[in-house]
Design a binder for this molecule. Structure first.
Ligand SMILES: NC(=O)c1ccc[n+]([C@@H]2O[C@H](COP(=O)([O-])OP(=O)(O)OC[C@H]3O[C@@H](n4cnc5c(N)ncnc54)[C@H](OP(=O)(O)O)[C@@H]3O)[C@@H](O)[C@H]2O)c1
Length: 247
């Protein structure tokens, strides 16, 4: 799964943020077909109208089993699945609605990539192996308390992709996981930090996929933090523990 121009790519949450940027960069890279999935296909109109020959809009709420099954049937020529859709609450783990928030995050950030990858694995196999790439977060590797429950959901998908990597190796499927730092999208609007532009992150993700990297760190902050992790994980944990919710 290294040759993007010959790929047929399926991207969840392709209507805005990193997913939209990935869609744009995939088209620039010359993919033969792009299935752009979103909960509201009207939000994909601009993308489809700009590339009617290569972009197919797909209705997909990643938490709905019937829509996942239909998507996998419709997009049966997919060779690269990108699990991008995600949600983040910025509530304290100590807040009264933390469990409710955590359930939503686990549904979208963990159970959905599990269900979507399961549905597409036979498709990828039938098409020669292909690849699956999921968006985790650098906060998966050391919890950011300002995003405490979200970080936990991203740790879950990080672990899950390790399982898929091992299990799908037999069918020749490349499995990549992406660990961005803060990216300048709606999700991070209230996060006080330097943020990388979505287009730059998308370019770095595609470079990582082309190089078949299992772990992709697509921006300076994620690269700096993983360097600390590689040196001394306790040092990173002490650092990220200071990223607290507002009092
Ligand atoms: N931004 C960051 O700083 C950052 C850092 C690390 C990792 N990430 C990860 O990168 C991915 C993209 O994030 P982003 O920054 O682009 O976020 P965003 O701007 O908030 O966009 C989120 C996308 O996910 C979609 N989505 C949410 N729930 C969905 C559902 N149930 N079914 C289908 N689509 C759904 C949204 O669709 P709607 O328009 O329908 O809501 C939207 O397209 C996420 O997995 C996120 O966790 C982001």
């Amino acid at each position: 799964m290294t040759d993007l121009p010959s790929s047929v790519v399926f991207v969840t949450g392709a209507n805005r943020g990193i997913g939209r940027a990935l869609a744009q960069e995939l088209l620039t890279a010359g993919v033969s077909k792009l299935y752009a999935a979103a909960r509201d296909t009207d939000s994909l109109a601009e993308l489809v109208n700009a590339h009617p020959d290569r972009v197919i809009a797909i209705q997909l709420d990643v938490t709905k089993a019937n829509e996942i099954a239909s998507a996998a049937t419709l997009a049966s020529d997919t060779t690269l699945l990108i699990n991008n859709a995600g949600v983040a609450g910025f509530t304290s783990s100590m807040s009264g609605d933390a469990i409710e928030q955590a359930r939503v995050e686990m549904d979208v950030n963990y159970f959905a990539p599990l269900a979507v990858t399961q549905a597409f694995a036979p498709v990828l196999k039938a098409n020669g192996g292909g690849g699956v790439v999921s968006l985790s977060s650098i906060a998966a590797l050391s919890n950011f308390p300002v995003l405490g429950t979200y970080s936990a959901s991203k740790a879950a998908v990080h672990s899950l992709m390790q399982a898929f990597r091992a299990e799908l190796a037999a069918q020749g499927t490349y499995v990549g996981t992406v660990y961005p730092g803060p990216v300048d999208t709606d999700m991070a609007a209230n996060f006080e930090s330097e943020k990388t532009a979505p287009a730059d992150v998308a370019k770095a993700i595609l470079a990582g996929i082309s190089a078949k990297q299992e772990e992709i760190f697509p921006d300076a902050m994620s690269q700096n933090l993983v360097a600390v992790l590689d040196k001394d994980r306790h040092e990173l944990d002490a650092m990220t523990a200071t990223f607290l919710p507002a009092a």
